[in-house]
Design a protein around this ligand. Structure first.
Ligand code: NDP
Length: 329
């Protein structure tokens, strides 16, 4: 069975050389253990942070050890009564074709509610990020203007759709004309290709009444421009800063504090695990909206275990629309 290890820590943008494939024998099971066959692997931007050394909200990956992240797996051998053979589970699993565990931290997937891979997107970590970040921090009101950066990604697509459910006017930014067209098809009122547009001008046109809520996935020049359009008592959910994840030095930019002060803006960074206690509430509501046809879950699925590093690297080149998933088996 194959595993993908962290071979070296990237300086700047990660490359395929930072990963190494290894072949291992399948271990024998002890009582209380299960053998899982990995079905789907989630590649996520936060994993870039774990490739660095140093303290963060989650420990770094260790050199020469398997990378681990969100995955869906099937129990194929079991010495644990609570997880019989055939159970589909989701959890944090190593990038391996097979893995052994004691079942702790694995969640069985509810039968037939949605495709299994959705538990890595719409009904998993990114879905809950969109749900709690938008509704708990931004609290959009009907008729307000919500801007979301990284709008065509896993989190952003859901943020925009949930903001529409709440009756807001929604503006998204994304990195290609195809993505912009897709956002409009999904019901976004305006969408901007940040790679070709004059960002401040395009945003001012798209948000003529100013910005009440900003869900920030990206940072950088898009965020600088949004800060110039904030209305009084605006709310900002600081979710991600992908534009700087590959920067070796902290990027310099305008100092926005005075703009936040003058508009009495509330800015809150958050990590989705803060909402762990409320996870079931979020999954229940997202499932309901999905089943009512109010939320669409888009995925970009790459096939093959050996393609996991490439799919991960693709996140930083905008190769995915919606959730980036690798179908392993
Ligand atoms: P996405 O599915 O959005 O994938 C990443 C996307 O980011 C790419 O498709 C690309 O789209 C865009 N991107 C890449 N590089 C840049 C750049 N330099 N400038 C602008 N856009 C760029 O990922 P997720 O939806 O999973 O995550 C979105 C953000 O939310 C990330 O910053 C992530 O770290 C954060 N996050 C935070 C969580 C939390 O708990 N706080 C939890 C989950 C995610 P494009 O074509 O538009 O450039």
């Amino acid at each position: 069975t194959q595993a993908i290890l962290l071979a070296s820590r990237p300086k700047g943008a990660p490359t395929a050389d930072n990963f190494r494939f290894e072949t291992h024998d399948l271990p024998a099971l002890s009582p209380g253990q299960v053998l899982q066959k990995t079905r789907y692997v989630s590649v996520d931007p936060y994993m870039r942070g774990r490739m660095n050394e140093g303290k963060s909200y989650i420990p770094p990956f260790e050199l020469n050890q398997p990378i681990a992240g969100g995955a869906v797996a099937e129990v194929v051998e079991s010495q644990l009564a609570s997880l019989p053979v055939g159970t589909l589970v989701t959890g944090n699993l190593p990038w391996q074709q097979y893995s052994v565990s004691d079942g702790k931290g694995l969640q069985p997937i509810a039968d037939g509610q949605a495709p299994a891979s959705y538990y890595l997107g719409l009904l998993g970590m990114p879905g809950l990020t969109a749900y709690f970040g938008l509704l708990d921090i931004c609290q959009p009101q009907p008729g307000e203007t919500v801007v979301v950066s990284g709008a065509a990604g896993a989190v952003g697509l859901l943020v925009g759709q949930i903001a529409k459910i709440k009756g807001a006017r929604v503006v998204g930014t994304a990195g290609s004309d195809e993505k912009v067209a897709y956002l409009k098809e999904l019901g976004f009122d305006e969408a901007i290709n940040y790679k070709t547009a004059n960002i401040p001008e395009a945003l001012a046109v798209a948000a003529p009444n100013g910005v009440d809520c900003y869900f920030d996935n990206v940072g950088g020049p898009i965020t600088d421009a949004v800060y110039d359009l904030l209305n009084n008592h605006a709310r900002i959910a600081l979710c991600g800063q992908i534009s700087s994840y590959n920067e070796a030095e902290a990027p310099m930019g305008p100092r926005p504090e005075a703009k936040l002060l003058k508009t009495s803006t509330k800015l809150q960074g958050f990590i989705v695990s803060n909402y762990y206690q409320r996870w079931p509430e979020g999954v229940k509501q997202l499932t309901e909206w999905y089943q009512q046809g109010k939320l669409r879950a888009e995925e970009t699925v790459t096939e093959g275990f050996d393609q996991i590093p490439a799919a991960f690297l693709g996140l930083f080149k905008g190769e995915n629309t919606g959730k980036a998933i690798v179908k392993v088996a």
